[in-house]
Write a protein that binds this ligand. Structure first.
Ligand code: TYD
Length: 208
């Protein structure tokens, strides 16, 4: 049986990687076979594309090029890492997927949802997430928590107005796709982790 595909979304500093790590610890205790991976990256070629996209020196990159590079990294990573794991029945936890492109490039960069869906057709046609966890924390608060943006990271160093648009983009996606569950990050990281585990059980991703 094909494994379940769970993606994690959120603005910079929303704590996705911490939450994926905590969830991983829980799954290990429960003896559940899973794979953790991330976008952009997660495979050799996709990591190379990642370094081009995020390189702070590539300021002249146009929005369309950026969106196409994310889509290219995505399909390579999907075919090489995600698909084999799902087909062998493993649970896959992926830090970001197509929703990131919809929120960042489609909404915040203004390319539109249709353009992003079109260039990601191969990935969307193959694998839609069974569940997407959106870690909800407003960008201003998230940047305060992580003590500002990384100036060498082309995406992080975009102004706060850009990240506010990304946040609005996610809110728009939430209204459109019932597979996305919003989790408010107002408690401790352990409280948030407990909520995520509960949601995974409720949605039938892991046994309850
Ligand atoms: P990363 O350092 O992994 O950020 P984070 O820890 O916040 O996930 O860098 C990924 C960056 O790429 C992040 O700024 C979000 C952005 N991104 C897009 O703009 N579109 C996409 O499709 C994806 C996957 C990521």
């Amino acid at each position: 049986m094909r494994g379940k595909f769970v993606t994690f979304e959120g603005c910079e500093g929303s704590g996705k990687s911490t939450q994926i790590k905590l969830l991983g610890q829980y799954l290990k205790q429960q003896d559940i076979d899973f794979v953790v991976t991330r976008e952009p990256g997660g495979s050799r070629i996709a990591e190379e594309i990642r370094s081009i996209i995020l390189d702070g020196r590539n300021g002249e990159m146009c929005a369309e090029c950026e969106a196409l590079l994310y889509a290219a990294a995505r399909i390579q990573h999907l075919n090489e890492v995600v698909a084999p794991a799902l087909e062998s029945g493993k649970l896959v936890l992926c830090d970001r997927y197509v929703d990131s492109s919809l929120a960042y490039q489609g909404y915040a960069r203004g390319l539109g949802m249709k353009f992003i869906e079109d260039i990601n057709y191969a990935a969307l046609y193959k694998y839609q997430p069974d569940l997407t966890i959106f870690l909800d924390i407003p960008p201003r608060l998230a940047f305060e928590r992580k003590h500002g943006a990384d100036k060498n990271d082309r995406m992080e160093s975009e102004g706060i107005a850009f990240h506010e648009r990304v946040y609005q983009g996610y809110k728009t996606l939430l209204r459109k796709y019932p597979r996305i569950t919003e989790i408010y990050c107002c408690g401790t990281k352990f409280e948030t982790s407990d909520i995520i585990i509960r949601v995974l059980k409720e949605k039938g991703i892991i046994r309850g």
